[in-house]
Design a protein around this ligand. Structure first.
Ligand SMILES: NC(=O)c1ccc[n+]([C@@H]2O[C@H](COP(=O)([O-])OP(=O)(O)OC[C@H]3O[C@@H](n4cnc5c(N)ncnc54)[C@H](O)[C@@H]3O)[C@@H](O)[C@H]2O)c1
Length: 443
């Protein structure tokens, strides 16, 4: 099938490459000319395991074209898959500016029947609105169009695996024939389809992310209590997760969730609830817990070590391992908290960061603050003279850092594990004063 994927970001590029690998003829289109140039030069504009190799392979095969030409993008394919960003506005609702721009481009260049497939996460009601917008702009007797909702569930860091092995493929629409055509795109994957109307498909995506966000906040709230009563939250989560009704997934206590999806999708649900004048108390509380989790952890650090004037090494600014995405990153927010506490120097190690300019602050840092942050790319030098190490992202290489050597180089051997990632007994054996999130350490 001929498919144009509109938007070549994390979702769009992954989807375009996987669809080309499945045998489709794909155009990956983006307004960002530099991004398209880099993709044509076989350079991924972001970091995602395995994707660079697939990019090289498919560029050679000629089954994928990267283009910033809107006319080519719209005219050459019958299937137009939208994967542009839908970030939050300051009011919490999703900003549909990019979706609106795509509708304009489709209306301008339409040259035949089109199926428009929405992969972007869009608020409930958007696909129906998109269809109405297009019907108002296009002579649909001449150029019939159909809009199909097909929300994406891939996770950054395991995007390829998730794309080849989707847990389900949700397809929301009104026209049976269009839904069947979208199913054909994925036919070689052997995926389970769930078909429904637009609103149900849109809500499945938001309700899934909202649920996972609340699940994380639930274990973090339990962790706050576990910490006070001597229960080990890792054991609690493991014991809970053995119950198939609960499952072990997303039961990780730590400094909270971040990324480009959970915070934004929770905000959109709360915004919609406010519009509809109902109170989603559980979701609201889940967000509150997440918003205060870093302050809770910093308070925990302060109960061991006064932060003013100290040198701290922070491990990780990506919002999770195996990605360079720092959108709503807890690691970045934690650094900002430490700066507010008067820390003298913050050293940062993250495998995807080599300079200070690569850190995406959540607020504007003043000059004085940014001068106190230093990026270290050599791990053996980073620990010299620090008063504490704080782990914020579960990059696998952090587990194999020279912890036994580092402990001899630090000013004071505090190790605050914001992800309960390291082995407490091992760290204690090396001489670290290990502090996790509600994690009991054998004395
Ligand atoms: N990142 C994830 O893990 C993930 C997972 C599931 C769903 N989603 C959803 O998928 C959507 C895309 O997310 P992302 O992380 O890939 O975003 P992204 O910011 O990485 O990529 C969006 C791309 O769209 C391009 N773009 C903007 N306007 C355009 C236009 N008018 N025409 C063509 N291209 C345009 C941008 O230049 C950018 O390259 C969002 O709605 C997001 O909520 C993301």
């Amino acid at each position: 099938m001929k498919i144009t994927v509109i938007g070549s970001g994390y979702v769009g590029t992954t989807t375009a490459l996987v669809l080309a690998d499945l045998g489709h003829e794909v155009i990956s289109y983006d307004v960002d000319k530099l991004k398209i140039k880099r993709l044509n030069d076989a350079i991924l504009p972001f970091s995602e395991p395995g994707l660079d190799r697939l990019l090289q392979k498919l560029l050679q095969s000629g089954r994928i074209i990267f283009s910033s030409d809107s006319q080519t993008a719209i005219t050459q394919s019958e299937m137009l898959m939208i994967s542009v960003g839908t970030p939050s506005t300051s009011s919490g609702n999703a900003d549909l500016t990019y979706i609106q721009q795509v509708l304009e481009v489709i209306a301008t260049h339409i040259n035949g029947p089109k199926i428009i497939i929405t992969k972007s996460t869009v608020p409930i009601g958007t696909n129906r609105w998109m269809k109405q917008q297009l019907e108002a702009k296009i002579d649909t007797n001449k150029y019939p169009i159909e809009v199909v909702s097909n929300p994406e569930f891939l996770r950054e860091g395991s995007a390829l695996h998730d794309s080849y092995h989707p847990s389900r493929t949700v397809i929301g629409g009104e026209e049976h024939s269009a839904i069947e055509k979208v199913k054909q795109i994925y036919s070689s994957l052997g995926t389970s389809y769930f078909t429904c109307n637009y609103e149900t498909a849109e809500m499945i995506k938001y309700a899934s992310n909202g649920f996972l966000a609340v699940k994380i906040s639930y274990i973090n709230e339990i962790a706050r209590l576990a910490d006070l009563v001597g229960a080990d939250i890792e054991g609690v989560a493991a014991g809970m997760g053995m119950d198939p009704r609960i499952s072990p997934h997303h039961l990780y206590a730590g400094i909270g969730y971040g990324g480009s999806c959970f915070p934004k999708d929770v905000d959109e649900l709360l915004y919609l609830a406010k519009q509809k004048k109902i109170n989603l108390g559980l979701l609201k509380q889940g967000k509150r817990i997440n918003d205060s989790q870093i302050a809770w952890f910093v308070q925990k650090i302060e109960s061991h070590l006064s932060l003013e004037g100290k040198r701290i090494l922070v491990l990780g600014v990506a919002f999770k391992e195996d990605t360079d995405d720092q959108r709503e990153s807890p690691g970045v927010r934690l650094i900002e908290h430490l700066l507010d506490k008067g820390v003298d120097e913050i050293r940062v190690i993250d495998p995807t960061v080599t300079s200070l300019e690569q850190i995406h602050w959540s607020k504007n840092l003043n000059n004085n603050d940014s001068q106190r942050v230093n990026i270290f790319t050599k791990e053996d030098e980073a620990a010299i003279g620090v008063h504490a190490v704080v782990l914020t992202t579960t990059w696998s290489q952090f587990a194999t850092y020279p912890w036994a050597d580092w402990v001899t180089k630090v000013e004071s051997p505090y190790l605050f594990d914001g992800r309960n990632f390291l082995n407490p007994q091992e760290m204690q054996h090396y001489g670290w004063n290990y502090v996790g999130v509600a994690r009991s350490v054998l004395k």
